[in-house]
Ligand binder design. Structure first.
Ligand code: ADP
Ligand code: ZN
Length: 433
């Protein structure tokens, strides 16, 4: 396979060279944080660590962790490392309650975010010939804008369609020959159903061949479902506002885990309970330190995202290590009747079933009653109520075997459940209300 690179030299640095670069940038980041950010000044003083005591990459473990609550406590501008008139952009990360997390970018930071996006897209085979439809929200959410810059840097024709309005999305795809698109997994599933209803066969009628899918956790089964329905390749895309947005880690054309761009982010996988570093292959919390951020450096940020480092080199030749699909956030776990359940377990069972459609929600209410409401596949409903009852029974048993808790399965017609424009809300927990 002809592997394309955006920045071949950086992407294929030998490990010793890459680590040398990381160390120099880590030292500089800690120095700047200690000098310019009172929050870090205090945190370092508390543990009695001087910036020049960071002498090896392993010393990162001596640095204080930063949590999302820390970011909130420093809202709006407590973590700025540059004079207040220096940043050129503000983004926020939602958070469901209270103040959001505010993230500032300098000109250079925005440019770097675009570079990482361009690097990521080219790794999947995107070229300037591509017509790139960006079906993600623009605005305070980083997903839309950052991906946009990357595709534009490459020289693609970028269509900033934003999310929703499937009718118009389809028209743009047909009229301008979209070949690549950035889309949420929940919307991709919905859009596949929409095309089916319109009698559009994506393989035959559209030029769309690549989808960059992220911002929400999704399973391998969901990837497969999207690929099959749309006749394209789905590349997993990972990022978070606190670390620039998308372009932190991205799958290359081999689709075997996401290269995490280690010249910009120092990664650790820690046991979320004890904070102990975990070896390659073991699942834990991804913790990231910015290595090149000017406006707002962040040390050891606890992403709460659960993943693991994948062993071995990638056939593409990139030396930046790969992380596995994010299986969820450490705080996603539901406790139902004393049993630990991750929403992804439910999604896996649903998406692997051919008669099950593409939209679902998990509802918890009363005294730990678990209901899974899910759409049928369009072709699954033949008007025979017995068949539906049968399917309901089958699914209940499958979920029970996976979860050890018996759910109520509620099957509804294809297309009958609402679709969010932004990230899908898959769990509604009414128990604590
Ligand atoms: P918010 O916190 O408001 O949702 P962000 O866009 O910053 O806004 O969300 C980042 C989070 O989205 C990540 O921490 C992670 O939990 C999730 N996420 C992003 N990309 C992926 C992906 N490819 N797979 C799984 N989860 C993802
Ligand atoms: Zn690769």
């Amino acid at each position: 396979m002809n592997t394309l690179f955006w920045d071949r030299e950086t992407e294929t640095l030998t490990r010793p060279r890459l680590e040398q670069l990381q160390l120099a940038r880590l030292q500089e980041t800690v120095r700047r944080a200690a000098l310019r950010v009172p929050f870090y000044q205090r945190a370092l003083a508390e543990i009695g660590l001087k910036p020049d005591e960071v002498r090896s990459l392993a010393d990162v473990q001596r640095l204080p962790l930063t949590t999302s609550d820390d970011l909130r406590s420093q809202y709006p501008a407590g973590l700025l490392a540059v004079p207040p008139d220096e940043p050129v952009r503000l983004h926020t990360s939602s958070g469901t309650t209270g103040k959001p997390k505010a993230i500032f970018f300098s000109k250079k930071d925005i440019d770097n975010a675009g570079e990482l996006m361009a690097r990521s897209l080219v790794a999947t085979g995107v070229t300037r010939q591509d017509v790139f439809q960006n079906m993600m929200s623009y605005g305070l959410f980083t997903g839309g804008l950052m991906m946009h810059y990357g595709a534009e840097k490459i020289g693609c024709l970028v269509i900033p369609s934003g999310p929703g309005n499937s009718e118009r999305q389809l028209m743009l795809m047909q009229d301008f020959g979209t070949t690549a698109a950035h889309i949420l997994p929940s919307y991709a599933l919905y859009f596949a159903g929409f095309l089916e209803q319109r009698g559009v066969d994506a393989r035959r009628d559209l030029a769309w061949r690549k989808a960059f899918v992220g911002a929400e956790p999704y399973t391998e089964e969901t990837r497969e479902k999207i690929q099959q329905a749309l006749g394209l390749k789905v590349f997993n895309s990972y990022g978070l506002t606190e670390m620039n947005g998308p372009g932190v880690a991205f799958e290359c054309s081999h689709q075997c885990g996401m290269h995490l761009w280690e010249d910009h982010f120092l990664l650790e996988i820690l046991d979320p309970k004890t904070g102990a570093p975990l070896p390659e292959g073991q699942c834990g919390e991804l913790v990231l330190t910015t290595l090149q951020r000017e406006a707002m450096p962040i040390l050891r940020y606890r992403t709460r995202d659960i993943t693991r480092l994948l062993p071995g080199p990638c056939p593409c030749g990139r030396t930046h290590r790969r992380v596995d699909r994010i299986t969820g956030r450490s705080d996603d776990m539901l406790i139902v009747r004393g049993v630990n359940i991750f929403p992804q377990q439910i999604e896996r069972v649903l998406m692997a079933h051919p008669q099950i459609g593409r939209n679902y929600v998990i509802v918890l209410e009363g005294l730990d009653d678990l209901t899974v409401q899910v759409e049928l596949a369009p072709a699954a409903f033949d008007g025979n109520v017995e068949h539906v009852a049968d399917l309901q029974h089958q699914l209940t048993e499958k979920l029970k075997a996976e979860l050890w808790v018996r759910p109520t399965v509620n099957l509804v017609p294809a297309g009958s459940m609402p679709v969010a424009e932004g990230k899908a809300r898959r769990v509604i927990d009414k128990r604590s209300l």
